[in-house]
Design a protein around this ligand. Structure first.
Ligand code: SIN
Ligand code: CO
Length: 388
């Protein structure tokens, strides 16, 4: 599937980022002009049977709706009613490289800002109900038609129905509505109330973003700092003087404890290293690279020469940082890899959107340090050899 240039068509990336991104919804009609959706409804239902897939079935015909979690064994999805149900599978980009290619259209966003591609199949009348999402989403219509209704004003404090197992808004008053056809894309910033109902059997791909919350990061960084720190690093007061009021915690004691807490977080580079690992870590339990394997550099070279390409196995989880002390470091699935040779050009190649073919890989594979890094990325499952 060739990625058009500019990737957002007539809208252009500049106009999208300045006028819509994180600001307001936009419908991009026919963005994927002569596009054929890379996955069929049957293939999606087959994925919903896999142990390593995160899948859900929602029956919308009952009130309140019924929610079931996969994996759904063969046949379990065979006897469903004609209407009013939907099956949703998270991280289909990880399970199907053809779907992962779709991420190539969104490379105007930083890798780490993208999460996954969730794919849903809905029978007529099916959908997940009106809700808000905490993250930006591009809703790409794959097969069939779907009516999307939205409230154009974000709701930062949504009130949820208490009787539903599925997060559904207690009230919904749409002020915009569109029927999406295959190839149409609806972008929604966070917290925009939306509801998509299938008009006919339909498949929707949701390209979802991620954005760490401060409290999420704080709980992670505090656990990390606590683990790294020493239990012996403790308050001392050899100059303690008598104070007529033993019930009082003196201001200078508070200041000293405050400064202990702050100095534990004062190392910017350590924070940056933690952040880069955190934002490239898999969001869900199922994700992350496949188990380690051993493919020697000679095999990688041979496969590349035979026409294979290297692609990131989970693209949204590869990023790099140029640290003042640690130097250029590649982060993938929460792990750090030092880029000791090859500089920013190699880091950008390894974290980039272009598949790495024999011609691109030739220089790095002829440098022992760079080829060792590429080999360890392949063996860790961060880079996958595709084709040939
Ligand atoms: C769906 O595909 O049914 C739901 C997608 C969404 O609303 O984010
Ligand atoms: Co949504």
């Amino acid at each position: 599937m060739a990625i058009p240039f500019p990737p957002l068509g007539a809208l252009t990336v500049d106009r999208f980022l300045s006028q819509y991104w994180q600001k307001k919804p936009v419908l991009i009609r026919g963005l994927f002009g002569n596009w054929t959706c890379p996955i069929s409804p049957e293939e999606l239902l087959a994925l919903a049977a896999r142990e390593d897939a995160d899948s859900r079935l929602i029956l919308t015909g009952s009130e309140p709706v019924e929610l079931y979690h996969g994996p759904f064994e063969d046949g379990e999805l065979g006897d469903l009613p004609e209407t009013e149900w939907t099956v949703l599978v998270q991280e289909v980009d990880r399970l199907d490289p053809r779907v992962a290619e779709l991420l190539g259209w969104f490379r105007f966003l930083p890798n780490w800002r993208l999460d996954d591609i969730m794919v849903s199949y809905a029978a007529p009348g099916g959908g997940v109900g009106a809700h808000t999402d905490r993250y930006d989403v591009f809703l790409v219509q794959g097969h069939g038609r779907r009516r999307w209704e939205i409230e154009t004003t974000p709701r930062h404090d949504p009130v949820w129905r208490e009787d539903s197992e599925v997060a559904q808004l207690a009230s919904f008053h749409p002020d915009e509505s569109w029927v999406l056809e295959p190839g149409d894309v609806l972008y929604l910033p966070p917290m925009i109330p939306h509801n998509g109902v299938a008009l006919e059997p339909c498949l929707t791909l949701s390209v979802g973003c991620r954005a760490p919350s401060t409290s999420e990061m704080l709980s992670g960084i505090l656990a990390y700092v606590a683990e790294e720190g020493s239990d012996e690093d403790r308050h001392t007061d050899p100059d303690l003087e008598p104070d007529g009021d033993p019930g009082r915690i003196r201001p200078e004691v508070l200041a000293s404890l405050r400064s202990r807490i702050r100095s534990a977080m004062a190392d910017d580079e350590a924070l940056d290293r933690w952040i880069a690992r955190y934002v490239t870590e898999p969001v869900r339990g199922h994700s992350g690279p496949p188990p380690r394997r051993w493919i020697p550099p000679a095999t990688i070279r041979r496969r590349l020469e035979a026409g294979a390409v290297l692609v990131p196995s989970v693209r949204s989880q590869v990023a790099w940082v140029d640290h003042a002390e640690a130097g250029i470091t590649l982060y993938a699935s929460g792990q750090a890899y030092a880029v000791r040779s090859g500089g920013p050009a190699l880091a950008a190649l390894l974290a980039g959107s272009e598949p790495i073919d024999a011609a691109r890989a030739a220089g790095p594979m002829n440098d022992p340090v760079q080829s060792e890094l590429i080999t360890s990325l392949v063996n860790a499952g961060v880079l996958a050899l595709r084709g040939a």
